[in-house]
Ligand binder design. Sequence first.
Ligand code: ATP
Ligand code: MG
Length: 293
Amino acid sequence: MDKATEKLLARYRVEHGKGFRLKDHKPGDTGGIELEKDGAAEMLAKGVQYLADMQDKLYAQDRWSVLCLFQAMDAAGKDSAIKHVFSGVNPQGCHVASFKAPNSTELDHDFLWRHQQWLPQRGQIGIHNRSWYEEVLVVRVHPTILAKQKLPPSLVTKRIFDERLEDIAAYERYLARQGVVVLKFFLHVSPEEQRKRFLARIEEPEKNWKFSAADVQEREHWDEYQKAYQEAIRATAAPHAPWYVVPADRKWFTRLVVAAAIARAMEGLNLSYPELSDADRRGLVEAKEKLLA
Ligand code: ATP
Ligand code: MG
């Protein structure tokens, strides 16, 4: 990874949450880069190809896995970031799971249960569109959701969200120790840009299906969400499970940062194709002779 990209990523990566403030991060930031549409597409295409190459080795090696969590306010561009960044990755080597409000079976279990089932196998990339962080975001902002979670009342105290954050941090540390590379992306959009994107969903017929009046309602809780995100990042950012606070007002930039961050993490694994043993090599020679005979 070149120095300029490394430096750029460092602006958005949070590995130590203490004192983290969301207001130090600007949704419209593009790291001093101004690219034409074509320039951005070209750069992203390179990143996508690079990711595809590394994913091939990840798969062949079958030791590490990579888990990418995406969190954001509505219309911040999670779906389109996922669509573009992973467009070159072999579908056999990755999996996307989207987490909506839990169903009744899921509510009959601890909150990590449903997420655990979608963790990537060794050699795979797992993409989680929303994640266990919803448990300290939407649930924190809406106490009625917590009330429906069937927890024993004595366990629901004032500390419940601090406890959840503690549990999430511990779980992510556990995953890291198991060879799951955890990367967490918060796509940081401004309320003004969200407003524009909602209006576009109303005005452009091919975007109508994406519009939801409930999302507009949710805007009223903007500040509470931002506070909840800040708390979550403070409590769970770690070198083994970093957050990336990705500026999300310019979609081309969001995608570049996400792609680069994943590339950086995978580079850190020193991936390579498995080396054959002498016996395996002899086997290849014998097989070749047979095929040629
Ligand atoms: P889009 O950006 O396309 O709208 P989305 O991720 O918002 O995609 P939706 O079906 O609109 O998908 O919304 C999923 C909803 O499920 C979100 O409002 C989210 O807050 C909610 N949700 C996710 N996890 C939980 C949870 N653990 N408890 C309660 N609600 C949750
Ligand atoms: Mg939605």
